[in-house]
Every structure is written in C-alpha cells, then in structure tokens.
Design a binder for this molecule. Structure first.
Ligand code: C5P
Length: 249
C-alpha cells in the first residue's frame, strides 16, 4: 500500500467517505455529491478537506451506481493525492449499506477508520486530525460535537412530552472515528437495510462501547436543504476572497 509522506499519527488511518445519497431534500434532481458549490462538486470540496488533513493512508469514496461524473472526479483527485490511496466503491440503498460497502474496501492494515459524510463538504482539516488523534490515542469510538443552541423538545404526535436539559445535549457531526475492527464487528450486528441507524456511533453505543467526544466545527455543517447550499457558497466566497481572514466559527 502507498504510504503517506508526512503522517502526524502513529496508527494507519483510513477514511470512508459516503457520497452515495440521492440528495432529494436539495431538490436538484442529481446526487447531492454532484451538486456544484462555487464551481466545484460537493464531493471535491469534501475530498479536499480530507486530503488537506493528511491523516489518511487510504480514502474509500462510496458512490452511487453508474455515476461516471463522480467516478471521474475521484480518479482525477486520486492522481494528485500524493501518498494517500484514493479509490471508489458503489454504495447501497441506505447510509448503513453504503458505509458497509466502504468498510469492506478498507485495507486490513488500517487500525483506525474515520467515516465521513460527503454532505459535510466544508469540514475543516482540524476536525479530521482531532478525531483521528483521539482514536489513535486509544479511544474505541470518537465523535465531533457542538453544543446545542436551540431548546429541544420530545414530541409525541402533536404534543410536547418533555424538555431534555440542554446542557447535556450535543449535536453530532462527522468524521466519526473508530478502531476499525470494532466498527466492522458493530456493523455485523444490524441489517444493512435499516433506516433507523443515522450514524455509526449508534452501533458502537449498542455494543456498550464508550463513545468519546472532541470539538466539532460549525463549518462541518451538513448540506441538506437549499439554504445550506447558499451558506456553503457564502463561506467559500469569503474563504477564497483575496486577503480574507479565516472565518471565526
Ligand atoms: O441522507 P443523509 O443526510 O443521512 O446522508 C448522509 C451521508 O450519507 C451523505 O453524504 C450521503 O451521500 C450518504 N449516503 C450514502 N448512501 C445512502 C444514503 C446516504 O452514501 N444510501
């Protein structure tokens, strides 16, 4: 396997980048990863962040079936990825199935795996580094989190049944990091068709593993609805303007 030239981490780390979703809520009629933001696909932005983090010996990109555009994007970025091996596989009908397809292509030598949503296309490199470093330091599962700013209600039907203490709540992002063997085992325990699994940390919690938190970043927001795409365009315009300072988040 090609080796990364200057990895700051002791453990070999792989990234599974899931990009096989349909993006229906964005309403563009094409897979979300193919949607353009400031002239480049969301997939390119997501891969940029991963490669800039310089944590991975291997990146497995999970794509919709028969997507020649996204396959070409991966091939082009793979050619310029230095010592990081970038490859693609075809995903499935659920996020869980797509993660599993990606995990199957992760090399056995990668002791650490990060699972990342391509929809979090502007995730800064520092988030990848924090998560990877925490797993390499011994945590079995690590998620990046932000405090919750809204008051959150539990609702049954149309009636509020309770209000959790906001100080104990965290909004969870990706990349989520795991000891690779543990995540492989956790995935064996659920059907790939399950829509109820909304992130990988849930599977580790179900096994009784401790899931640790590190700081997330507001720029790791998920592009889901048209408003998110507008925000992403504005962020990139500010970031790429000559002489601009880094965005405070
Ligand atoms: O739909 P959701 O926002 O949960 O998708 C999160 C990530 O999972 C997206 O990057 C999407 O491309 C990916 N996904 C996938 N395969 C699916 C569904 C979602 O790779 N079948």
């Amino acid at each position: 396997m090609p080796q990364q030239t200057s990895s700051p981490l002791p453990a070999a780390t792989a990234v599974v980048l899931v990009a096989a979703g349909s993006g229906q809520r964005l309403g563009r009629g094409i897979p979300k990863a193919r949607v353009l933001c400031a002239g480049r696909t969301l997939l390119e932005h997501a891969l940029d962040g991963i490669l800039a983090a310089r944590v991975a010996v291997s990146v497995v990109v999970v794509l919709p079936a028969d997507d020649a555009v996204l396959t070409a994007v991966v091939d082009r970025l793979a050619a310029g990825a230095g010592g990081t091996r970038v490859s693609s596989v075809v995903g499935g009908g659920t996020r869980t199935a797509s993660v599993r397809a990606g995990l199957a292509a992760v090399p056995e030598s990668a002791a650490v795996v990060l699972v990342h949503d391509a929809a979090r296309a502007l995730t800064p490199p520092g988030v990848f580094r924090r998560v990877a470093a925490a797993v390499a330091a011994g945590a079995e599962a690590v998620v990046p989190v932000l405090p919750v700013v809204d008051t959150v209600k539990i609702v049954t039907g149309t009636v509020v049944t309770s209000t959790p203490d906001r100080t104990t709540l965290r909004a969870v992002q990706t990349p989520q990091g795991f000891a690779t063997a543990s995540l492989r085992a956790a995935h064996l325990a659920v059907p790939a068709t399950s829509d109820a699994v909304t992130d990988d940390a849930m599977l580790m919690e179900a096994r009784g593993a401790d899931v640790h938190v590190v700081d997330g970043d507001a720029l790791a927001f998920k592009v889901t609805a048209p408003l998110d795409l507008l925000v992403a365009e504005a962020v990139l315009a500010q970031r790429d303007a000559p002489g601009s300072a880094p965005l405070p988040t």
